[in-house]
Design a protein around this ligand. Structure first.
Ligand code: ADP
Ligand code: AMP
Length: 215
């Protein structure tokens, strides 16, 4: 099963991917996580990714598509995966369809997580992540038991450099301009289901799992 989680920055894609991948035993592939790793590299690719990432702009399609398709070619994705943050442009969606079609596979379902813009900004400004295991926290909605420390693994928590107010606002604009058209694309393929992302984490994941079990 190849599942795409679609939603604006802060909608809860990473949070839901962690919950749902555990519940359904699906591999979680997050383009943002892959780029955060590449961004740390002291080479041309690392510097290129950093130059887009730090402004809240999308990394160019050719680089992104190549990175994700080589990740999908690994054996753990052979039977499917949960895609979080990819595709984010029409060109990426078409490249994904084409690559899967060549193997007689396809995107099975797309979940669009809906959250209002005011709530997205509240979520991004309060987001903390574990440096070690990637678990998401929020200073108000999901605070860790001990400030600055991950409940799950004891790792150090950090705030993303692109979660500052100005960069987060730009990322929402980029989403509306470049990614929102995918809603029409996947609606046309009759694969899209909307899920209300403003409910509590557990309620949202129950809704996502229900959609995936229903297909
Ligand atoms: P995305 O991957 O879509 O950018 P995240 O999963 O990282 O979003 O979530 C953004 C922030 O919102 C995190 O701090 C997370 O803890 C919080 N969050 C996620 N889902 C919910 C929810 N349903 N209710 C309240 N806060 C949430
Ligand atoms: P995310 O963790 O999904 O919020 O992504 C963080 C950043 O990584 C984005 O703002 C982009 O700079 C880059 N990125 C992640 N996924 C993609 C994608 N599919 N296409 C282009 N850039 C991406």
């Amino acid at each position: 099963m190849y599942i795409v989680l679609l939603g604006a920055p802060g909608a809860g894609k990473g949070t839901q991917a962690m919950e749902v991948s555990q519940k359904l035993g699906l591999v979680h592939v997050a383009s943002g996580d892959l780029f955060r790793e590449v961004r740390e590299s002291d080479n041309d690719l690392g510097r290129l990714v950093k130059s887009y990432y730090d402004k809240g702009e999308l990394v160019p399609d050719d680089v992104t598509i190549q990175m994700i398709l080589s990740r999908l070619a690994k054996p753990d994705c052979e039977k499917g995966c949960l895609l979080d943050g990819f595709p984010r442009t029409l060109q990426q969606a078409e490249a994904l369809d084409e690559a899967l079609r060549k193997q007689n596979k396809r995107v099975d379902r797309v979940i669009s997580i809906q959250v209002s813009e005011a709530e997205l900004l509240r979520r991004l400004s309060g987001r903390w992540l574990c440096r070690k295991c990637g678990a998401p926290y929020h200073s108000v909605y999901a605070p860790p038991k001990k400030a600055g420390t991950c409940d799950a693994c004891g790792g150090e928590l950090y705030q993303r450099p692109d979660d500052t107010e100005a960069t987060a606002k730009n990322r929402l604009e980029v989403y509306n301009r470049q990614t929102a058209p995918l809603i029409t694309y996947y609606t046309g393929q009759r694969k899209l289901t909307d899920v209300d992302g403003e409910k509590a984490v557990e309620a949202v994941s129950r809704a996502v799992v229900a959609v995936l079990k229903d297909r």
